[in-house]
Ligand binder design. Structure first.
Ligand code: ASP
Length: 429
């Protein structure tokens, strides 16, 4: 039996933790009336301890993980400068589509109101960020007075800006600062390993968080969660089947239906593996079958898998609205703009592997002072959403590649339209 239990994957354990937590929570809410057992022993001690321990471990990861990955990401982007116009165009489209994706998510979140009715209480001392600051303050606060104090207080915007600047300089100085570059990429590696270690505790953490939330809320807590899932799925569908086809028609006049018919297998692989990185070879093969020159795609696709995560940005936008509504926090216009900016940065900082979008979500929450405890509630269902959003992430990379190669005359339109035989690069799909 234990051998069988070992075969269950971590994401399934998290799902099991979530479902068990939900059942235990509902049971407590409806059937346990003894306030000592229910509130004192379970809710305020055992579940509180397990849940908070997990949240604290997640919080511990954020600053070093985000800082290292932003430095490494920025260093690789500015290195690409040598590729000139193509590099600039690609990065521009990647950033714009991600900003658009978050905006769509925030709009859907405002319309569907997934967090309304949860009435969660803001835990004491969540963040040092003041909400509703003016636009001028927001811009000024992006520049750290002292980067070390921003790092130590976890003030995300200045941390991101500082990280971006360091990355750009490292790329410029190249060999001269190789040791420091290696330090950050190894730091990034270490933080990814640490993240995997913390994730091992996720099933218990998620169980405790769910049991505590639903022990207090009962069934009334389920609707918001279902609405959150709906928001994310609607956002992903809009991005994939409305925004991308429109961009393709607008910039290339290619037929989106033809694109999807050919690209579906790549989306499906991304969906089942939840990793953009592992999908790179298939994406490259499909694009070359569509007539894209490998000279372009071999640069744009791996770059996209690293810095372009439109699906992840949609999840983050919806999660922000969910938490803000659950805690009754008004983000204001400047708060929403900060969310758009940080989610685009989070997209650069999210590695194309399963679940990392949740860790960088902590950074987006921190940037506007939202309590990260809300992440615990959406944690359990995240694996399923991760599958959908990864499919959208890789589609965004492919659409951008088609546009860039079309604009740079590196796309054989006859091949795309099936009038000419494609040149494949030899990977079986
Ligand atoms: N799984 C996603 C990807 O690989 C990243 C994430 O959102 O967690 O694209």
């Amino acid at each position: 039996m234990f051998a069988n239990m070992k075969k269950i994957s971590l994401s399934n354990w998290i799902l099991i933790g979530m479902i068990l937590g939900l059942i235990v929570g509902l049971f407590l809410n409806f059937f346990v009336t003894d306030p000592f057992i229910k509130n004192i022993v379970l809710m305020d001690n055992i579940f509180y301890l397990g849940g908070t321990l997990f949240i604290k471990l997640m919080k511990m990861l954020v600053v070093p993980l985000v800082f290292c990955s932003i430095v490494v990401g920025a260093a690789s982007i500015s290195d690409i400068k040598k590729i000139g116009v193509i590099g600039g165009r690609t990065i521009f489209i990647y950033l714009i589509t991600t900003a658009l994706a978050v905006t769509i998510a925030l709009t859907i979140g405002a319309l569907i109101q997934p967090g309304a009715g949860l009435d969660m209480v803001v835990p004491a001392q969540t963040s040092n960020v003041t909400l509703n600051q003016t636009m001028t303050d927001t811009i000024l606060n992006m520049i750290p007075d002292n980067p070390f104090s921003s790092l130590s207080t976890g003030d995300m915007l200045p941390v991101i800006i500082f990280g971006l600047l360091i990355g750009v300089i490292l790329a410029k100085l190249k060999e001269e600062t190789q040791i420091v570059s290696d330090f950050f990429s190894q730091g990034n590696h270490i933080m990814m390993e640490l993240t995997s270690l913390v994730m091992k505790f996720a099933p218990i953490g998620v169980f405790c968080l769910m049991a505590r939330t639903f022990g207090g809320l009962g069934f009334s807590g389920m609707l918001p969660l279902a609405k959150y899932v709906l928001c994310v799925l609607i956002g992903l569908a809009i991005q994939a089947f409305l925004v991308y086809p429109s961009l393709l028609i607008l910039f290339t006049r290619l037929n989106p239906l033809r694109f999807f018919r050919q690209f579906f297998s790549v989306m499906f692989f991304a969906f089942s593996s939840s990793t953009s990185n592992a999908t790179i070879p298939l994406n490259l093969e499909k694009l070359s079958e569509m007539g894209v020159s490998p000279e372009i795609s071999s640069f744009t696709v791996p770059l996209g898998a690293t810095i372009n995560m439109d699906g992840t940005a949609i999840m983050q936008g919806c999660a922000v609205m969910f938490a803000a509504q659950a805690y009754g926090i008004d983000l204001g216009m400047s708060g929403l703009l900060i969310v758009i900016f940080t989610a685009v940065m989070a997209s650069i900082g999210t590695a194309g592997v399963p679940s990392v979008g949740l860790v960088t979500l902590t950074m987006v929450f921190n940037s506007v002072g939202l309590p990260v405890e809300a992440i615990g509630i959406i944690f359990g269902i995240d694996h399923i959403l991760d599958m959908f959003r990864t499919a959208v992430n890789v589609t965004g990379d492919a659409i951008c590649t088609l546009i860039v190669s079309f604009k740079n005359k590196a796309l054989d339109v006859d091949v795309f339209n099936g009038k000419k035989e494609p040149k494949t690069i030899g990977i079986e799909l």
